[in-house]
Write a new protein. Structure first.
Lengths: 130, 198
């Protein structure tokens, strides 16, 4: 999508005789569209309530105008990925009594209750075992 | 009662989610707006009971992965566990029956379907967990042998070895409709597990 970007109004910087645009990467490592950038080419379009906006709000309170460095993006993205991984495999933390109870149930599994047997039979009759 | 037949299916685009109404707003809203997104992001799977003649969604439940760390056990107790330090489990996060199909015993069929799926699953899990919404739901699950975890009275678990026993005994006692399928993976796995334990 690089061809779709208009570079015209962004600030051009010069380094070693080579001009390059000051457009920064978005959260996915791509160069964002111009419509999501301010005059300086800094991206303004962020997912609401993300680690990045929290960081940006924190930065504006501490007096820094723009926290949008690539490092910040990487840290924010890592935060989000970690949160998602935790959500996906939910970890159920128990006290020592709870852990003992679970361990005992694995080592000596209880016999199925009458209601469970009845429900299993009904399930088999309705849907089979395949 | 009129003869109706039901079928278990994985939630797909063809199912009419908008018409579902179980009487609990949060459960309805989850099914209508969130369920497909969770499937897409692989956070939870959603299975439905479809009424076959009118192809209405009669009930749904969700399954997701969970793990229980058993890190605080003393070494002599931990040594006997099949897996340490965390145990994999499968969790029924939500379960709801549409108002039009309530009081027909569909609620008890969904945990059975979950047990069935989990036993056949490629990745083994040691227990089925449920989150009960209220005391009534807790009492419902307790009847089927789910036990509340001591610290979390609203989280109940059923060891899958117990559930496998129930399927095997049901297979022995029940009609020999699928006798050819009986010595298949779940039954044989159960037998090897019991012989290992004794």
């Amino acid at each position: 999508m690089v061809a779709a970007i208009s570079w015209g109004r962004c600030e051009w910087r010069r380094k070693g005789g080579f001009a390059f645009p000051s457009v920064r990467f978005d959260g996915y490592g791509n160069v964002p569209y111009r419509k999501n950038c301010n005059e300086a080419g800094t991206p303004t379009h962020r997912p609401a309530g993300s680690a990045f906006t929290a960081r940006r709000d924190g930065a504006s309170k501490t007096g820094r105008r723009d926290p949008g460095t690539l490092t910040d993006f990487v840290v924010a993205a890592a935060d989000e990925a970690a949160c998602r991984a935790i959500q996906e495999t939910e970890i159920i933390r128990l006290s020592i009594e709870g852990q003992r109870q679970i361990a005992a149930a694995i080592l000596n599994p209880p016999a199925p209750s009458p209601a469970l047997k009845k429900a299993a039979k009904r399930y088999r009759e309705l849907f089979g075992m395949e | 009662m009129t003869p109706v037949s039901f079928r278990f299916e994985a939630l797909a685009d063809g199912h009419d989610r908008a018409a579902f109404c179980c009487g609990d707003d949060a459960l309805d809203r989850y099914f209508q707006t969130q369920a497909t997104q969770d499937i897409r992001r692989r956070i939870a799977n959603c299975f439905v009971i479809v009424e076959t003649t009118a192809s209405q969604v009669a009930a749904y439940y969700t399954l997701s992965a969970a793990s229980i760390p058993l890190v605080d056990l003393p070494p002599d107790e931990a040594k006997r566990l099949p897996r340490y330090p965390t145990l994999p489990a499968v969790r029924i996060g939500r379960l709801a029956v549409d108002q039009r199909f309530q009081r027909r015993g569909l609620g008890e069929l969904m945990p059975m379907n979950a047990v069935h799926r989990t036993i056949q699953d490629a990745a083994a899990a040691f227990a089925l967990l449920v989150d009960a919404k209220n005391d009534q739901a807790t009492a419902f699950y307790r009847r089927y042998g789910f036990r509340p975890v001591v610290d979390k009275p609203r989280t109940l678990f059923l060891p899958l070895v117990t559930a496998q026993k129930m399927h095997v005994t049901a297979a022995a006692a029940g009609p020999a409709t699928s006798s050819a399928a009986d010595p298949s993976l779940p039954a044989s796995r159960y037998q090897t597990e019991t012989s290992r334990r004794t």
